[in-house]
Design a protein around this ligand. Structure first.
Ligand SMILES: Cc1cc2nc3c(=O)[nH]c(=O)nc-3n(C[C@H](O)[C@H](O)[C@H](O)COP(=O)(O)O)c2cc1C
Length: 180
């Protein structure tokens, strides 16, 4: 099983990025978590470019989504909203056949950030993602300076991440998505 992970932070050292690397390390046997590296490479979304031959970085993202059984999103909140890079990436997926019905979970690394997760729920529902709410994960990483190894070594954090992954994998196994 292959899970694609999108990080809303473009920072080189990012708590959301670290949570996703830790998730990759904690994934159950037979489950690969692939962290998508190219969110920052996408052009600004422009419907005029969303033709039968969209820009290559867009095709690359859509291919990755199409090859994956599920999606994991972890993002900071900026000014009570989503980071532009993540919203931009999602806008490029609105019209793609590959996205609909993708089993999807959110990892929230800052429980004080309530606006971005609410907006993501609304956007993803509008895009016909299959939100697996029971597998959503909340970790309080704010101000703790933990890297992926530190997260994986923390019993509470690693249990929360591993539990979310297990529930996502079970939901996908019970109802696999259509593959493109
Ligand atoms: C420009 C900017 C705006 C932010 N606005 C908010 C906000 O509205 N609400 C919030 O909870 N955190 C806000 N934050 C804090 C980030 O969400 C927080 O630092 C986050 O953990 C960073 O994630 P990262 O380590 O993955 O980059 C903001 C940070 C920046 C840089």
């Amino acid at each position: 099983m292959r899970l694609l992970a999108l990080c809303g932070s473009l920072r080189a050292v990012s708590s959301n990025g670290s949570a996703l690397v830790a998730a990759a390390q904690l994934a159950p046997a037979g489950v690969e978590v692939v962290i998508y590296p190219g969110l920052g490479d996408l052009p600004h979304f422009n419907p005029d470019l969303d033709t039968e031959a969209p820009p290559e970085p867009v095709l690359a993202l859509r291919r990755e989504i199409g090859m994956s059984d599920g999606l994991i999103l972890s993002t900071p909140e900026y000014a009570h909203g989503l980071p532009g890079a993540l919203k931009n990436g999602l806008d490029w997926l609105v019209s793609s056949l590959e996205f609909a019905d993708t089993p999807t979970i959110l990892i929230n690394t800052s429980p004080a950030s309530v606006h971005a997760p609410a907006q993501l729920r609304e956007i993803l529902t509008t895009m016909s993602a299959r939100l697996v709410e029971a597998a959503f994960v909340t970790l309080n990483l704010r101000g703790r300076g933990l890297d992926a190894a530190g997260i994986a070594a923390d019993p509470d954090l690693s249990a929360a991440l591993a539990g979310g992954l297990e529930r996502l994998v079970a939901a996908i196994a019970a109802q696999p998505r259509a593959r493109w």
